[in-house]
Design a protein around this ligand. Structure first.
Ligand code: GAP
Length: 458
């Protein structure tokens, strides 16, 4: 169903392997590393940035550009604190925490199983649970006092709710319609040991889909399927994905039903994306707290309706980690060597085409750089002439580059180059005149097959 026909049902990479590869190859660096790091904070290197742009672009294309019923906004990160009082975050967005009296670890109370500290193994030596607030606070304006308190947003969603009327009026929208946004969110997370899976600063891609209340269950079902389909389209192996409905104890304060798109990580099934039915909670709360009525006037029936909301919400960072872990492969080669390959779909790979002269020979470098000039406007490229060609192929495999173009001595005579395929390692000879077309065609062939909505089982 996707780009990989590998029969893997378990991921081959653990977090340690992934963290190390990500740093070694310029995807993710620990933040403030020269000062000893800063817990759960990461900087994205050149390849990480390229990959994140790909993820955002693919999300935006499928959620906004290709749709007639969704528009985008970018709201402020620091807003009136009244937004967070209305949304329920001030009152309810906290985790119950306990401290281990033996090793001093601070733990989420629900992560303590059998009254045993997961850090040091001591039994029954904990403080009473206390609520720990998850919103990060800051202060705005010249005086730091009660009145200057503000929060860094813990979700982008509220930006869409408080702008519901602005967007509906200016864009002349009729129900159903959606408002989408990509942007940073912040949470003072306590358990942050899983690399970029859970961090304090992260980026979300969220869409609020406003619909008639009586149609909301149908739209919830639709968005569950559509979002799962999108994750297939990125090339994540189907056996690593599933949809799971939340139990009533798990539901957030705003949600009457939520389904998670879950991934089979090495540590078990975990949330990649939430598809929540938020009902009319948010619009009603903001109407109450702000005094401004947020509803929809239906010109056909002359009725005012408070729309219900379906919200697919996914993290850029978590999507990136999932794609890297899912794509990771170690392949044993003839002769006993092993190569590491990230089997990224072409649209995900930070580099789509690498240009490699066979060696740094002075006759090969100028034509190879000319090929690079030719291809740069069309593809995400990288030029590499350091070390042997075999090592360079391995380096490209390890960062997931689907195709390499090799310029060799024959190129000087026949005006042709070799295209080398990452997954099959086969090579074909292509004239320079048709190179860009040949690469486009091959990348297109490598794209994952995307199932239709009817083929998605929920
Ligand atoms: N507006 C709804 C909302 O924020 P959520 O389930 O808390 O729902 C949505 O977050 C998605 O954002 C998650 O499924 C995950 O992909 C990502 N996410 C949430 N908290 C995160 C964190 N601390 N670090 C990285 N990604 C996070």
């Amino acid at each position: 169903m996707t780009q990989s026909d590998a029969p893997a049902s378990e991921m081959k990479a653990d977090l340690e392997t992934m963290t190390s590869l990500a740093k070694r190859r310029g995807f993710v660096f620990p933040s403030s590393e020269i000062y000893g790091g800063f817990e759960a904070t990461y900087d994205y290197g050149p390849l990480g940035v390229a990959m994140r742009r790909n993820i955002r672009d693919l999300w935006w294309r499928s959620m906004v550009q290709e749709r007639a019923d969704v528009v985008g906004i970018e709201a402020a990160i620091i807003t009136s604190p009244r937004v967070w009082a209305a949304s329920g975050h001030v009152a309810t967005f906290h985790d119950p925490m306990v401290d281990c009296l033996e090793c001093r670890s601070r733990l989420r109370a629900d992560h303590v199983v059998d009254n045993t500290c997961p850090e040091c193994g001591t039994v029954g030596r904990f403080t009473d649970p206390r609520n720990f607030h998850l919103m990060l606070r800051t202060s705005v304006g010249p005086v730091e006092d009660e009145g200057s308190l503000a929060y860094l947003r813990p979700e982008t969603a509220q930006g869409m709710f408080v702008n519901f009327d602005n967007v509906q009026q200016t864009m002349r929208r009729r129900l159903p319609f959606g408002i989408a946004q990509i942007g940073k969110s912040f949470r003072n997370e306590i358990t942050v040991k899983q690399f970029i899976f859970r961090t304090r600063e992260f980026e979300q891609m969220e869409m609020e889909y406003f619909c008639r209340p009586e149609e909301s269950l149908r739209w919830h079902d639709y968005w569950k399927r559509e979002r799962l389909r999108w994750h297939y389209s990125l090339g994540i192996r189907p056996q690593h994905l599933r949809l799971r409905d939340h139990t009533s104890e798990e539901l957030s304060h705003y949600s009457s039903a939520t389904s998670d798109v879950e991934v089979h990580y090495p540590w078990g099934w975990g949330e990649l994306e939430g598809v929540a039915h938020r009902g009319d909670f948010d619009l009603t709360q903001h109407t109450t707290f702000s005094g401004k009525t947020l509803d929809y006037f239906d010109p056909d029936t002359n009725e005012h309706v408070v729309p219900h909301v379906i919200e697919p919400a996914v993290g850029v960072d978590r999507t990136m980690l999932t794609l890297m872990m899912d794509a990771y492969d170690e392949e044993r080669l003839e002769g006993g060597d092993t190569r590491t390959v990230l089997r990224f779909a072409p649209e995900i790979a930070p580099v789509a085409v690498a240009i490699l002269p066979l060696s740094r020979n002075e006759k090969l470098v100028p034509p190879a750089r000319k090929v690079w000039d030719l291809l740069r406007p069309h593809f995400r490229t990288q030029y590499d002439d350091a070390q042997s060609i075999g090592r360079r192929y391995r380096r490209q495999d390890e960062i997931g580059t689907p195709l390499c173009v090799t310029v060799d001595f024959e190129t000087l005579d026949d005006e042709a180059v070799t295209i080398r395929d990452r997954d099959t390692m086969t090579q074909i000879r292509v004239p320079l005149t048709g190179l860009a077309d040949a690469l486009h065609t091959r990348l297109e062939e490598l794209r994952p097959r995307v199932p239709s909505l009817d083929e998605i089982e929920v």
